[in-house]
Design a protein around this ligand. Sequence first.
Ligand SMILES: [Zn+2]
Length: 112
Amino acid sequence: MTWLKTEKEPYSFEERLLCPICDFDYIHLLSIKVATNRGLTIVDHKGTTVRYAGKIEECEAAADRGGYRIIAEYVCENGHRGYLIFQFHEGNIFVSHEVVGRVVDWEELWRG
Ligand SMILES: [Zn+2]
């Protein structure tokens, strides 16, 4: 786990996500995953996939914290890959960040 890093945009209320490893602000979204107790929905450059059967790591993690988990997978242009994770428990939304390694070649969610 690492802390989120953002940069405030001038003249707006938006913040830009920075790579937690190299602080680069050119970050590309690879996938969005929504995990529940019942299954996993993945939206990526290939389309939408839904999984219900078998051992699903994301669903097990969701079950540990309120039953739902949303994961945004990204990569910075220096190849650092990470997850921005939203979890829910008793009216609170928890945001965490996990660095998961490097990638050399990737398919961006929007340009597939
Ligand atoms: Zn980086």
